[in-house]
Design a protein. Structure first.
Length: 315
């Protein structure tokens, strides 16, 4: 019979040495690596060695070599989609450790019915002392999950994709409400640099024109100023009296195509001056109205008018 286990033929008589020999029995067609098995209740047969990377399985009640691992209660295999490793119970936990002990990169996945961590996912990496430290926890059994980060810095975090989706992120209040921060659909390409401190009460966020922001305000304490002299009230009055006063509405697009600097209200009709005719009342490269100078010139002009009034009244 093919592959059967049998006595090796020694002739008509069996010597003591032949009887005790380890080569006295052999399989039919025996080769290195073959495995013996009971092919029936009365027969021992040979299973030839399989190919490299094959695994030993049971097929029809007998051992057989296979290149495919079947689905088990903890390891599901689909040749089209790959492997799925899972726990045997919903209260269980799977732990993957990247080292010889727990102080390494560790992934921990809890079953949906786990007593203390239902459906949660934990990620650990080692700290400076080579101790496993929790970095991320993803909550389970929630329609919208929460992710808790610890001792992590995010570098190069991006939201959205140009030409595909506008980037945005949301922040929810502890009790209610959601705030969404997003960009314009045509967002341009630029960098916003936040201030180096938290500012003081009454200050406003201001850019230097390149996206670098600081907290600024027109402080009035003398310690903030280098005092350089005084203005002549008569000169101040003359300058203000010579100014044309215009009525206007802000343009949504400037005449030269540059970015419009305005109040953002394009419907209201304003009354005021223009920078080209009153450069002494402007700052920031002569483009922005300077309320500090405006108040100073107005105060000086009032003093000049008061002097004239007093003369008229004979004081």
């Amino acid at each position: 019979m093919s592959n059967e286990f049998k006595h090796v033929s020694v002739g008509t008589e069996l010597t003591q040495a032949e009887y005790e020999s380890i080569t006295g029995h052999a399989f039919d067609s025996q080769a290195t690596g073959d495995i013996p098995y009971a092919s029936s209740a009365a027969q021992i047969s040979r299973l030839g060695i399989g190919s490299t990377s094959q695994v030993l399985l049971v097929s029809g009640g007998l051992p057989a070599w296979s290149s495919n691992i079947p689905s088990l209660d903890y390891l599901a295999v689909n040749q089209a989609t790959g492997y799925q490793l899972r726990s045997t119970v919903d209260t269980g936990v799977l732990t993957f450790t990247g080292g010889t002990d727990g102080n390494a990169c560790v992934l921990v996945m809890y079953g949906k019915s786990h007593v203390t961590h239902p459906g949660k996912f934990y990620l650990y990496t080692t700290n400076a002392s080579a101790k496993a430290t929790s970095r991320m926890v993803v909550a389970g059994n929630l329609n919208t999950t929460t992710v808790t980060w610890a001792s992590c810095y995010h570098v190069g975090l991006k939201f959205g994709l140009a030409g595909t989706a506008t980037g945005a992120f949301t922040m929810g209040g502890a009790t209610s409400g959601v705030v969404t921060v997003t960009v314009a659909a045509a967002a341009g390409t630029w960098t916003l640099t936040l201030p180096p401190d938290d500012g003081d009460a009454g200050e406003q966020l201001q850019t230097n024109g390149s996206g670098v922001t600081t907290w600024e305000a027109a402080g009035s304490l003398s310690k903030y100023k280098n005092l350089t002299g005084h203005i002549d009230p008569k000169e101040a009055l003359d300058k203000l009296l010579s100014l044309p006063i215009h009525t206007f509405k802000y343009r949504e697009k400037s005449l030269d195509g540059s970015r419009v600097i305005s109040t953002g209200d394009f419907k209201t009709e304003y009354v005021g001056i223009i920078a080209e005719e009153a450069p002494f009342l402007m700052h920031h490269n002569g483009k922005i109205f300077n309320p500090v100078n405006a108040f100073g010139y107005a105060t000086a002009a009032i003093q000049a008018l008061n002097e004239r009034v007093e003369k008229l009244e004979g004081k």
